[in-house]
Design a protein around this ligand. Structure first.
Ligand SMILES: *Cc1c(COP(=O)(O)O)cnc(C)c1O
Length: 415
């Protein structure tokens, strides 16, 4: 695979696991083998937890050498990680199929928000304009309207369904585009290849929050995205017990991303990296189980006459569904639906669910339900639906039980 160069330009000592000798391995095989370099794992299956701040050198000259190289995946100091973190980062890079996409490396961050915001900081400077999809995650909007604004970086929001017509919004200072597809509240699917194609023509950097699909269902770099971001907190970790984010990119962006992350002191703990790597190994089977149950439940809801609309990318009622069909390898377990009736009815339904927890986040093994307020999070488009909106994270419980629970709650609070 491609190896990001060290600070001194050499590629010596970079200890990535090489891609399998078998060409074109499927994602399910990759998920099992990726990042398991024997130099990191030793004789055991998983890369052990290397807990360390100090890394010791044999002598002064070796330490000086290490400082000069400043490479990735090389012992130096705890802030640059250990084999536990390198192995996970390498596995995530490999999930983006470096041979065909040119994925060059992955950096890990202590949350998805840190990953998104530092990726943005690495490509923007005062005076630049950022275009952000109107369905982006609320904290991404908060960063744009907060720190970025204070730094003299302007953000303009755009309709997630704009496609190649985004070119009409470009001006001299437009430097980057942040997309989230599907939006994690309202699930519009963006025509990412069309946007990336026009952005490339104008030398504008494209970033995607790929948390919903992950590279398993949507290898983002292959689709033309420059910087692929995942809130690993969700499906990679998969067990609702660790916060983490990842950013994967090409050689072109690698050095500035690494520089920004290092200057801001970003590091994840080896214990967290271990748990995330353990989660990743089963992400394929989990995603397929989430997908199956979520689809069943979405279709069940779609047939109910007290449901206004189901916002699930695999259903034709979801804006951008045709693009999902064209581009995505599958759908995951998070979607929303609009009920007939107001927010009070929606809240009463959520409150009387027995098997769904009420709380933020998603991607874990357990089901969650959330009353959401899309009208509060947009400026370029309007939300004209009057019904209450419920977002469901479908977990790994028995699907029949999850449907029965929804049915009892919805029947209890009929219009
Ligand atoms: C949760 C989430 C994030 C942020 O991840 P954290 O690890 O919670 O900081 C970013 N984007 C999307 C779409 C998310 O759902």
């Amino acid at each position: 695979m491609n190896r990001p160069p060290n600070d001194d330009g050499s590629d010596k000592e970079r200890k990535d696991s090489d891609e399998s000798a078998i060409e074109n391995i499927a994602p399910d095989t990759r998920i099992v083998t990726a990042g398991r370099n024997p130099e990191w794992t030793g004789p055991v299956v998983n890369t052990p937890v290397w807990r360390a701040s100090t890394h010791l050198y044999d002598n002064c000259a070796e330490l000086a050498d290490g400082v000069k190289r400043g490479g990735d995946a090389e012992f130096f100091y705890g802030r640059r990680g250990s084999p536990t973190q390198w192995s996970l980062a390498d596995a995530i890079t490999q999930m983006e199929t470096p041979k065909t996409s040119g994925a060059y490396g992955t950096l890990l961050f202590p949350s998805g928000v840190a990953a998104i915001n530092i990726a943005l900081l690495s490509v923007l400077k005062p005076g630049d304009i950022l275009l952000m999809s109107d369905n982006c995650y609320d904290p991404s909007r908060g960063f744009a309207n907060g720190l970025l604004k204070n730094m003299g970086i302007e953000t303009r929001f755009f309709d997630p369904l704009i496609g190649g017509a985004i070119e009409g919004l470009f001006c001299k200072n437009t430097k980057a585009i942040l997309m989230e597809s599907p939006g994690s509240l309202t699930f519009e699917i963006t025509d990412i290849p069309a946007i990336c194609a026009v952005a490339k023509k104008h030398n504008i950097t494209t970033l995607l929050d790929n948390t919903w699909a992950t590279s398993y269902f949507y290898p983002a770099l292959e689709k033309g995205v420059d910087i692929s971001i995942i809130a690993a907190t969700k499906y990679i970790v998969g067990h609702s017990d660790v916060m983490m984010g990842s950013v994967t990119t090409h050689e072109r962006y690698w050095k500035r991303l690494r520089r920004t992350a290092r200057q801001l002191g970003q590091v994840v703990s080896p214990d967290d990296a271990y748990l995330a790597a353990r989660g990743l190994r089963t992400m394929g089977v989990r995603l397929k189980a989430h997908e199956q149950s979520a689809l069943k439940i979405a279709h069940w809801l779609d047939k109910r006459d007290d449901v206004e609309k189901v916002l699930h990318p695999a259903l034709p009622s979801c804006p951008g569904h045709e693009i999902w069909k064209r581009d995505y390898e599958g759908s995951s377990g998070l979607f929303s639906f609009i009920i007939k009736g107001d927010k009070k009815r929606a809240a009463a339904i959520v409150d009387s669910l027995q098997l769904y927890g009420i709380g933020f986040s998603w991607g874990g093994f357990e089901s969650l339900a959330l009353l959401i307020h899309p009208e509060q999070n947009r400026s370029a488009t309007s939300w004209d639906q009057t019904g209450g909106v419920i977002r469901l994270q479908i977990g790994l419980e028995d699907c029949g039980d999850l449907i029965a629970d929804l049915e009892q709650a919805m029947d209890k609070y009929k219009d």
